[in-house]
Write a protein that binds this ligand. Sequence first.
Ligand SMILES: [Zn+2]
Ligand SMILES: [Zn+2]
Length: 150
Amino acid sequence: MFCRNCASQLNDKAEVCMSCGLKPLNENKYCQECGAETSDKQEICIKCGCRLQKLNNTSFSIDNNELIYPSEPPKSSATATLLSCFVPGVGQIYLGQTAKGLAWLGGSVLLTTMTAGLAAIPIWIAVMVDANLIGQKLQKGQPVQQWEFF
Ligand SMILES: [Zn+2]
Ligand SMILES: [Zn+2]
């Protein structure tokens, strides 16, 4: 493989070019197969006929499976339960599950309104049990996922 920035020859699996320090497939100056010069908009190398490779670094998706590791000292599951008892989701935010806590908060307000209050009690219980069980896992030193429930 050739570096697409400086055309120096690299190991096929190299992530960074040892000559120029850039990610070899992030640039567009040379063909990665033969080292011939290429232009910005070119998709195929006119010298060797290979498709010019490009790193796709436009995907900045949030990793929903990102783990939350227990803090030192661990956060208390009782505090999390109590917080979510007052405001649904706040206990989850306290434990580090920010997105999930906000979803609980938004979801519970929405569902309670939609059901004219009928869903309030089951949601209230579920959100407390969830905060408690996630809190207990963290207290035991067990990492939890961003969107792990119960
Ligand atoms: Zn290079
Ligand atoms: Zn080529």
